[in-house]
Design a protein around this ligand. Structure first.
Ligand SMILES: *Cc1c(COP(=O)(O)O)cnc(C)c1O
Length: 406
């Protein structure tokens, strides 16, 4: 279970059936949460938001006062974020950058490139020479570093420490440094190392990974007698879908980063979380269409489903939710269907058994017409879903706590 904010609850109950489902984003708690994250970090640590977690313009704008910049991973995100939060520093990362995307980034004045391969380094170097001969382009080489102390064992999605298509192999480090320091590409300036090795790490593991990355970068700098003044240690801070009120321990992580920064004077540390910043501000509100029994189990079919909120299907969890019973007079001439037991599985309108939002939810007496609000739907939710499957209508989008909303 999860408790919606008063504003979310009020909106979920006041929208008409045909206005559901709806994504409700509560921006006041978002601002408060990110302000708290910022305050827990040492001042010297830079906070970038990974836009792919949720690139809604209202969300990008709400984060602007608290973040130092945005990490974008495609030409589409790049154009969108540059337009939505003009003047914000951007770091352009992601595998498989095309020549067109790199040219676009150079034209838009992107300050930092996370280079994922030697091929990409050559491409960037040549395009920068042709397109931006007077510009200096800051390069962070993204490495898929080995993390051999078991820190990644608890992660839900490992991007590093094992064979993956992400980043450079550590074996290539010397060649990367050579190409960036031998005058081949005078526009490119190697400023540091980037790594994003896993998602779903709690503070102690995240800190161990961060330390491993910073230590590795320091060794690389020493070996080549160069300075690497920037280290980005990635995102991946845990969000616990089974305990929605629990939060990543930003205070402990911030204190650890302060120790790490003190041990590496002259190095700017940067983090780039996505999920752990915006997951909590988003809610998917809908209504129960039907309640039925099947082979001894009860199911409630709600308006919408995993084509709007794919998160529980991709991560294999039950999306935390709250039932808001409605006592308004039943407007139809047919009887209201209702649950007889006290556990109900909530499914969507898709013709596939995978369209399950939450299993065995305690919902005694659940009836058609009741409202259900799913929490932790502010990151990797709408934007990762297969919207067009079955051609149901799209949800509404409401940004609560904006100037227009009062
Ligand atoms: C996705 C991604 C992030 C953000 O990850 P979260 O798990 O949302 O915090 C950060 N950096 C890179 C390179 C990414 O691909």
């Amino acid at each position: 279970m999860t408790t919606p904010t008063a504003a979310v609850r009020e909106r979920a109950l006041s929208l008409g059936a045909e206005e559901l489902p709806a994504y409700l984003y509560d921006l006041a708690p978002l601002r408060a949460h990110v302000a708290e994250v910022r305050a827990a970090l040492p001042e010297s640590v830079e906070l970038y938001y990974a836009a792919k977690a949720n690139p809604e313009p209202e969300i990008l704008a709400a984060l602007r006062p608290y973040v130092d910049g945005y990490e974008v991973s495609s030409g589409g995100e790049l154009a969108h974020v540059a337009k939505t939060v003009p003047d914000a520093p951007l770091a352009f990362g992601g595998p498989g950058k095309t020549p067109k995307e790199i040219a676009q980034a150079l034209e838009l004045g992107v300050r930092r490139f996370h280079v994922e391969s030697l091929y990409e380094l050559h491409m960037l170097g040549r395009l920068a020479a042709d397109l931006a001969p007077d510009r200096r382009v800051a390069v962070l080489a993204r490495f898929n570093l080995p993390v051999d102390d078991g820190s990644l064992d608890g992660s839900s999605l490992a991007m590093g420490g094992r064979p993956t298509p992400f980043g450079l192999d550590p074996e290539q480090a010397d060649e990367v440094v050579a190409r960036l320091t031998d005058g081949s590409y005078p526009q490119l300036e190697l400023v540091g190392v980037h790594a994003h090795l896993a998602s779903g790490l709690e503070a102690p593991e995240q800190l161990a990974v961060s330390e491993a990355i910073v230590t590795w970068a320091a060794r690389l700098a020493r070996r080549h007698r160069i300075s690497l003044p920037e280290v980005t240690v990635g995102g991946g801070m845990a969000v616990d879908y089974a305990a929605p009120e629990r939060r990543f321990d930003w205070a402990a992580y911030g204190a650890g980063l302060a120790r790490l920064a003190a041990a590496h004077p002259g190095v700017t540390l940067r983090i780039e979380p996505g999920r752990a910043l915006t997951a909590y501000c988003g809610w998917y509100a809908t209504e129960v269409l039907d309640v039925k029994r099947s082979h001894g189990e009860e199911f409630a079919v709600v308006r919408g489903g995993t084509h709007h909120l794919r998160t529980p299907a991709t991560k294999g969890h039950d999306q935390p939710c709250t039932v808001l019973p409605t006592d308004a007079p039943w407007p139809h001439p047919w009887p209201r269907s209702a649950a007889r037991g006290d556990r109900v599985t909530l499914t969507g309108q898709l013709c596939t058994p995978k369209d399950v939002l939450a299993r065995a939810v305690p919902a005694a007496g659940l009836r058609a017409g009741d409202r259900v609000v799913f929490g932790l739907a502010g990151a990797y939710a709408w934007n990762i879903s297969h919207h067009d499957f079955l051609m149901h209508p799209r949800p509404g989008f409401h940004f609560l706590g904006t100037a227009q909303e009062g």
